[in-house]
Design a protein around this ligand. Structure first.
Ligand SMILES: *[C@@H]1O[C@H](CO)[C@@H](O)[C@H](O)[C@H]1NC(C)=O
Ligand SMILES: *[C@@H]1O[C@H](CO)[C@@H](O)[C@H](O)[C@H]1NC(C)=O
Ligand SMILES: *[C@@H]1O[C@H](CO)[C@@H](O)[C@H](O)[C@H]1NC(C)=O
Ligand SMILES: *[C@@H]1O[C@H](CO)[C@@H](O)[C@H](O)[C@H]1NC(C)=O
Ligand SMILES: *[C@@H]1O[C@H](CO)[C@@H](O)[C@H](O)[C@H]1NC(C)=O
Length: 359
């Protein structure tokens, strides 16, 4: 009886896994998660230390700000009539921001502490981008651009990813935070579809603390309107050579490119600002707003216009998946829950058959 029970249990759990796998591979707009690739014999603590040690000031200075990309499938004509249609029934979703537990004076007072610089390795080259902390159940979540976690030249996830909130001219006022998981959308990793040039990175805790408890977190909004005043932050090469955070602000609009669902805003920030947040309802007195996009690309035809992907239902499902991921233990949890259910079911069946035979 025991061996039969175990065999059936593994068969059932295998079948369930296959169902999940098939459905996600057939859907272009589903989240793709990878855990950081670290040697199996390296503990999380050792990996965090090794990655933090890797990013010496010399390496930070050697990093290339990631070029602002312009790639297919965007057509070259703005306001084309061949535009996508939106589902008007999508309801806006808002997740509120949080304040840090203690208010530490920021290195650059007057700028949001949630915004910072990211660094990573793509093959053997060092790069920088921008990012910002958003409210999440796990308190470990930052938004950045898809091309800052998944290489557009090597078609692979990047490595040695770190986040430095409020990076300022070679200083790290809130320390160095190492990534534990990278989340992209499959349309980005499969086709580099600019509609999905957005990513979520989950960070390891630092000295037992979550990033959200240290620098606070911004609100995030999904299925919001296409017109609003936005503030876009980042570390562009054309402002203090990416050493200092800056921003631009203007009214965003829907550019009506064929098959492009994202928005546009007049902005002169250049490479390095990729992945930096677009906030609406932002005020400098609160240093908070609602994040509704990230810096994605500029085009040679319109060099002073920044484009950012639309935070619609696909990005919402990416966020919903990532925000509850608390690390290795949680991904194993459903397996244990199912094991528990199977054992309970087989226990009941066993009891049932026993009672049949006994009667
Ligand atoms: C992909 O997933 C989305 C969201 O879950 C769903 O609305 C859509 O129908 C799916 N598409 C396919 C081809 O399965
Ligand atoms: C981990 O394994 C690698 C080879 O895969 C080895 O070079 C390294 O020394 C090992 N590290 C530890 C701490 O055991
Ligand atoms: C596209 O339309 C927008 C909004 O109507 C307008 O501001 C923009 O100038 C147009 N672009 C071109 C190239 O005509
Ligand atoms: C960065 O700091 C150095 C001194 O540490 C200073 O000389 C330089 O002007 C600073 N750069 C900026 C852009 O503030
Ligand atoms: C828009 O997408 C459709 C379907 O994928 C494709 O057939 C069409 O060529 C695209 N239009 C442009 C201008 O890229």
């Amino acid at each position: 009886m025991h061996s039969v029970r175990i065999v059936i249990f593994f068969w059932l759990s295998g079948a369930l896994k296959n169902i999940n796998k098939v459905s996600s591979e057939n859907n272009d707009s589903l989240p793709v998660k990878i855990n950081i690739q670290k040697p199996a014999n390296l503990s999380d603590e050792d990996y965090v230390k090794q990655t933090t040690d890797f990013w010496t000031d010399e390496r930070l200075n050697a990093a290339i700000p990631v070029p602002i990309i312009e790639k297919n499938p965007l057509p070259t004509v703005e306001n084309s009539t061949d535009t996508i249609t939106f589902n008007k029934n999508e309801r806006p979703t808002l997740v509120q921001g949080t304040l840090p537990a203690s208010s530490i004076m920021s290195r650059r007072a007057g700028y949001p502490n949630t915004v910072g610089k990211v660094y990573f390795v793509d093959r053997s080259s060092l790069y920088s981008c921008s990012a910002s902390v958003v409210t999440a159940d796990n308190k470990d979540l930052i938004f950045t651009a898809g091309h800052c976690i998944y290489s557009t030249t090597n078609y692979a996830f990047v490595t040695n990813f770190i986040f430095i909130p409020q990076y300022h001219n070679n200083t790290r006022p809130y320390g160095t935070w190492v990534a534990r998981s990278l989340y992209a959308i499959s349309s980005w990793t499969s086709y580099l579809d600019l509609n999905y040039d957005v990513a979520i990175v989950l960070l390891y805790t630092s000295s037992g603390q979550h990033i959200q408890d240290i620098v606070g977190s911004q609100a995030v909004g999904f299925n919001y309107g296409h017109s609003a005043t936005v503030y876009s932050f980042g570390y562009p090469i054309n402002y203090a050579n990416t050493e200092i955070m800056t921003y631009c602000t203007n009214t965003k609009y829907f550019p009506s490119y064929s098959n492009y669902t994202g928005d546009a805003v007049s902005c002169t920030m250049n490479q390095g600002c990729s992945g930096g947040p677009w906030f609406q309802s932002f005020t400098f007195s609160s240093l908070s707003g609602i994040q509704t996009s990230v810096n994605s690309f500029i085009r040679t035809a319109t060099p002073n216009v920044m484009y950012g992907p639309y935070f619609g239902s696909t990005v919402l499902s990416l966020y919903n998946r990532a925000k509850v991921d608390s690390g290795t233990t949680s991904s194993a949890a459903p397996h244990y829950i199912f094991s528990g259910i199977y054992l309970l079911l087989f226990g009941l069946l066993q009891k049932f058959f026993q009672s049949l035979y006994l009667n």
